[in-house]
Each structure stands twice: as C-alpha cells, then as structure tokens.
Design a protein around this ligand. Structure first.
Ligand code: F0G
Length: 460
C-alpha cells in the first residue's frame, strides 16, 4: 500500500489518565438549565467530552511535567524566565520577551502602549479579548479580512488572508491614526482559517510603506504554518519550524496565549523587536501583571511554556493534531452536517444558520445548538456567533455577524479517535432532530465579553 494511504497514529503514548463521568439525560437537563443554557456555566464534572476550548486544556508531556519541578520561583531573575526567553527568541525570532499571565495580559499591555484614543486598528477578523482591549484603549477596530472568510461554504485555502485593498483604504482614510495592524494566525472566529505567508509578507510591506507596525497574534501560529506547508505554492516540504519563523519575521512583535500552541495550562507573552516599545511595555507590566521576569506566571509555568514551545513546532505533532481535527470534520461533512470549510486548525465549526434555519439570529441559534448538543450526550461546545460578537462599542446595538457558529474545539493530545467517533455520532443525532430545537431568550447580559456569563431560557 502506498504510504499516504495507510493509517497514522499520534506520536505519543498515554502515561496518565483522568476519569470522566457519564451522565444521564435527566442529569444533563438539570445541569444545562442551572447553567442558564450557557455551556460556559456548566460544571466540568457534568461534561463527558469537553470541546469548549483548546485553551489551557492540552495534555502536557512528561518533559513539560518534569520541567514543572525545575521551576525557579525566585521573584526576580528566575532561571525559568531566561529559559523561556531563549525559547521564544530561538523559535519565533523576536528580541524582547515580556511574560504575561495569558494572552489577554499581553493584549492589554500592547494596546495601552501603542493606541491613542481615536485611533483605528485594522485586523483579519476580530477576536473577542483582542478587540475589547483595543477598544478599551480608545481604538476602533476595522475588519479587513477577505470577504470569503465570512462565507462558511467558501473553500478558499487561506480564509485568514487580509484584503490588501481594504487595508490600504484604512491607512488612506485615517492618516497618522493607525498604530498597528492586528494580524492573527489561524483566525479563530473564521473557523481556524490560516493566513498565507505571501499575504502576511504583503501586509507587512504595505503597512511599513505607511509607517504602520504589524502585531501578530501568534496564539496558533504553528498550526497556521502547517497549513502553509500543505497548501501554499512554493512552501511544500519546508518545516513547520521554518515557516513559523518566517511568519513572525513579517511582523514587529506578537502576543501569545501559551495555552494553545505551546500546550501549557496557563501563560503567555508579548514579544517585540523595538527596544523603546519593549521598555514602555515592561513599565506597564509591573502595574498589571508582575515583574518583567515572571509577568503573572510561576517559574514552573514558564518552564512548561518553554518546553511546550519546542514541542509545538514539531511536524509530527502538528500533523497528528490537525489530523485529528480533520478526522472529526470529514465524518461530519460526509454525513451532510453543515460545517465551516475548509476544515480548520483547532476545531470543527458547525454552521448554526444552516443547521437551524428556522431559528432567527436574535433567538441565538448557535447558543441553542450548543445547549442541544450538550443535552444529547454531554459534549460541551461553544457559541461563536451573535452572543460572542456582543454590542457595538458606540451604538450599543447587538452586532450581527455573518457567521453564526458552534465550535467543537479539540484540546491537544487529550482525546482519542473513539472520542471523535462518539462526538460525530452525537452531532449527527442532534442534526436529525434539528427541527425540534427552539431558540433562546437572554435573561442576563453582562456588560463586557457577555458570552462568558450570559444566561438564557428556552423560547416557547
Ligand atoms: N487570541 C486568540 C486568537 C485566542 O484564541 C485567544 C483565546 C486569545 C487571543 C486570548 O488568550 O485566553 O490566553 O487570554 N482563546 C480562547 C478560546 C479563550 O477558547 O479560543 P487568553
């Protein structure tokens, strides 16, 4: 048999297991009602397969766990920080490394350092925390992603690409008011869709022509690199490690949630090439996060992140990680379940508009679908639609995103192929019963990042 036709398996074996509880339908009915039909408010003991997020939920390796014992917990000058700094410089190539407690800590700092009230920040689709920090620093966010990204059925290979015409228009219409372009690798809200290396470089070149910086959200940059290796002309055969370096080289700095690619349970950093910006960031760091040699992480966490960074750029790791996502996605696609295509890097995104055409967007179809999926077999997913999009910062109106999605996010190295089979069966079962799913009414709405804690009740 030719090699590519043969089965593959993960490049690891399992050393430690954690038991999960299987609940009854009655228990789940009670649990989801108590959670106000918001999967964020479920207790994890009531969840069978947890696909809420790939953030901080990965299985650390034996090397990472042994690194935890080596953590240097000195308040200042921790050895663990210097190991983290060296790993970031080696793998991503930036000069200055500023540790933060997680990704949004880095987003807060860079937004406050670079943004003046009244500024405009263009980006390839928003991410919830990233945009909020930009807005809280006084900026207006403008989405400059290609139109295909908002179309769940478009099979464009790089739906994370920036539309260069849209970007240039933002520069021309707001001279002197664009501090940086916010570019994400594997765009989360678009369905885990990659940006091409050619587009990343073109964005950098265009931005620099207008004197504007580029800040990369590197949270899932290794996964993005794998898609470039697989799909981009001229890049086939290059290693994920090389491609990660190239992506980062087309930016002036990055924010990182080390809870994703680097498979740590907590942690993050801001990395920069400009010494003056790094100094300003360090100054704010001591106010919001901690000293510049720990920034909100314990020494042991910095060790786990440093080791995880190296593991995250191994080709065999990424191939298996994205291979598992593909396995689940292909099953659902073949069963006719409407999902975002192409299949993305960190999860499968159900298209709730196509799944529940009878539920209007104001009745929160994706939220209702996530609750229905939990009820069927205890699988926890996440709404990524109108609830996540929140309200316009100026008008207070609900934003109505084109994409109304439910994300089945696959944690790294945690679940088996059998878990994926069970998940696919449950989604198919819910799909068969889709006509009986009703929308929801919001009964409690938090002011900021409402999706985390909002509560709902079923509509009659
Ligand atoms: N950027 C992206 C693209 C993210 O997906 C996240 C987090 C962050 C920044 C913020 O990082 O959580 O460490 O503060 N995404 C998680 C998710 C929460 O479930 O997608 P953080």
């Amino acid at each position: 048999m030719p090699l590519e036709r043969r089965s593959w398996a993960e490049p690891f074996k399992i050393k430690v297991v954690e038991h999960v509880r299987i609940t009854t339908h009655e228990q789940r009915e009670r649990a989801i009602a108590e959670a106000g039909y918001n999967t964020f408010l479920l207790r994890s003991r009531d969840v069978y397969i947890d696909l809420l997020t790939d953030s901080g939920t990965g299985a650390m390796s034996d090397r990472q766990w042994s690194g935890m014992m080596l953590g240097d917990e000195a308040y200042a000058g921790s050895e663990s920080f210097y190991r983290l700094e060296a790993a970031v410089r080696r793998v991503y190539g930036y000069t200055h490394v500023i540790p933060t407690h997680q990704g949004r800590g880095a987003e807060n700092i860079i937004s406050r350092v670079l943004i003046q009230p009244g500024d405009v920040v263009p980006g390839n689709m928003y991410f919830t925390t990233t945009r909020l920090h930009q807005e809280m620093a006084g900026a207006r966010f403008v989405d400059v992603i290609i139109d295909e990204a908002h179309d769940s059925s478009s099979e464009h290979p790089f739906k994370g690409d920036v539309d260069l015409n849209k970007l240039e228009r933002v520069f021309q219409e707001n001279p002197g008011r664009v501090p940086y372009v916010s570019v994400a690798a594997t765009v989360n809200m678009a369905g885990g869709q990659p940006i091409s290396l050619a587009n990343m470089r073109a964005v950098y070149e265009l931005a620099h022509r207008y004197g504007v910086k580029v800040i990369l959200d590197a949270t899932r940059v290794a996964e993005n690199a794998w898609f470039i290796q697989q799909r981009e002309p001229g890049q086939l055969g290059r290693s994920v490690a090389e491609l990660v370096k190239d992506l980062c080289a087309a930016s002036d700095g990055c924010t990182m949630s080390a809870k994703k690619d680097p498979i740590a349970n907590i942690g993050g950093f801001l990395a920069l090439n400009d010494a003056a910006i790094a100094e300003a960031a360090c100054n704010l760091l001591v106010v919001f996060e901690g000293l510049h040699t720990y920034g909100g992480m314990a020494g042991r966490d910095m060790e786990a992140v440093a080791i995880g960074i190296e593991e995250s750029i191994q080709d065999d790791h990424i191939r298996a990680r994205i291979g598992q996502v593909l396995y689940l996605g292909e099953k659902l696609r073949k069963a006719g379940v409407p999902i975002v295509l192409p299949i993305g890097g960190h999860g499968i995104f159900l298209d709730a508009r196509a799944f529940l055409p009878h539920v209007p967007q104001e009745h929160y179809p994706a939220q209702a679908l996530a609750a229905a999926l939990y009820l069927d077999a205890g699988i926890r997913a996440m709404e990524r639609g109108i609830v996540s999009a929140g309200r316009d910062a100026v008008t207070g109106e609900e934003r109505k995103p084109k994409l109304e999605l439910v994300r089945l996010t696959i944690p790294r190295r945690v679940y088996t192929q059998a878990h994926m089979d069970v998940t696919a069966e449950s989604v198919c079962e819910v799909f068969e019963q889709r006509e009986s799913i009703r929308g929801l009414r919001m009964t409690f709405e938090p002011k900021l990042l409402r999706f985390f804690q909002a509560r709902f009740e079923p509509r009659q």
